[in-house]
Design a protein around this ligand. Structure first.
Ligand SMILES: [Fe+2]
Ligand SMILES: [Fe+2]
Length: 321
């Protein structure tokens, strides 16, 4: 291993990647670095291969420690895209590669001061997801099957985006609109960039005051997306995903069809993911229980057509398991 120039700017010059986004046994076209004590250290050179055993060992021990040079970002992205087209990988491997390669991007959406690049890369990512769904009937079930069940905002955002694409397609969105819905799902909580981290990561229920602050994230999301000239559809997903069909949501207390059709999809995806995901202070619900709760006690909050789509997707998942 060669130690490169120590830098405290690892997050600026390097891009974090997940090893699970690299198919085992294939030579990689870029240099791979591992962070040791905050310094990037050369781990593999372009042309080297990573064996499956090493990938799974590192994923267990140090999943957040691998980087590539930011300047090699395009090489990494086309490597992933080639993998998705390859007939050497099965649907599950492709789903893993696509999901994991997106995590770095989602993290940038929330962590980096400049989100412009991440926002534009996100378009290509959603394009890749939709293409994958179109090319392979089992894609959605595999993508959902990999849902991480960890409530880091990044995992949650990606899961909500994937669920929104699946639900959206089932209720009739297609083409450019479906892509916008996928982006809306990905960015729905982007306003959390402006919420203090100790509130987002609090190990227990929020106080009234903290809750009030947290409830501002839809407005903050709208402000951020306005600054980056996003479409009205995407902005509606961020601003209206906590509205309720019954009119008792926030921030505007919209009801029924006053809520943007895409926000109604994101709302179902968001709640389902939140309920079935582990948070620090409570255990996740089983998918069956979450759907029962949403279709029963909470039914007045959600668009019935979207709920029907959720139940249909869940049936498919059960059949595939
Ligand atoms: Fe939210
Ligand atoms: Fe959310």
């Amino acid at each position: 291993m060669t130690t490169v120039k120590p830098t405290d700017a690892i997050t600026l010059n390097y891009m974090k990647i997940r090893l699970n986004s690299l198919p085992p046994g294939q030579s990689i076209p870029f240099d791979l670095y591992v962070s040791i004590g905050g310094r990037p250290v050369h781990y593999l050179r372009a042309g080297d291969k990573l064996q499956a055993q090493k990938i799974s060992n590192f994923e267990k021990k140090a999943p957040e420690s691998f980087f590539i040079l930011s300047t090699e970002r395009n090489k990494y992205q086309s490597f992933v895209r080639d993998g998705l087209m390859s007939d050497k990988l099965d649907t599950k491997q492709k789903a893993m590669m696509l999901r994991e390669s997106t995590m770095g991007l989602v993290e940038e959406l929330f962590e980096r001061p400049d989100i412009e690049t991440a926002l534009s890369d996100a378009r290509q990512t959603i394009e890749d997801f939709v293409e994958f769904m179109d090319s392979d009937a089992a894609a959605m079930v595999n993508l959902i099957g990999l849902s991480s069940h960890d409530f880091y905002t990044y995992n949650h955002s990606l899961d909500v985006s994937i669920y929104s694409l699946g639900l959206g397609q089932a209720v009739g969105f297609k083409g450019a609109e479906l892509r916008e819905l996928g982006l809306g799902g990905l960015f729905h909580d982007i306003g959390k960039r402006h919420i203090p981290l100790d509130i987002i990561c609090k190990n227990g229920p929020l106080t009234d005051d903290e809750w009030k602050q947290m409830q501002k994230h839809p407005q903050y999301g709208l402000v951020i997306l306005n600054e980056h000239s996003s479409s009205e559809n995407i902005k509606a997903c961020a601003f209206e995903h906590h509205e309720s069909m019954a009119g008792n949501g926030y921030p505007q207390k919209l009801a029924g069809s006053e809520i943007h059709a895409m926000a109604r999809v994101v709302s179902v995806a968001d709640t389902y993911d939140a309920l079935t995901t582990k948070r620090s202070y409570n255990d996740p619900m089983k998918p069956t229980d979450a759907i029962e709760l949403m279709a029963g006690k909470l039914a007045s909050k959600y668009d019935p057509a979207v709920m029907k789509a959720l139940m249909a997707i869940f049936q498919k998942l059960k059949a595939a398991a």
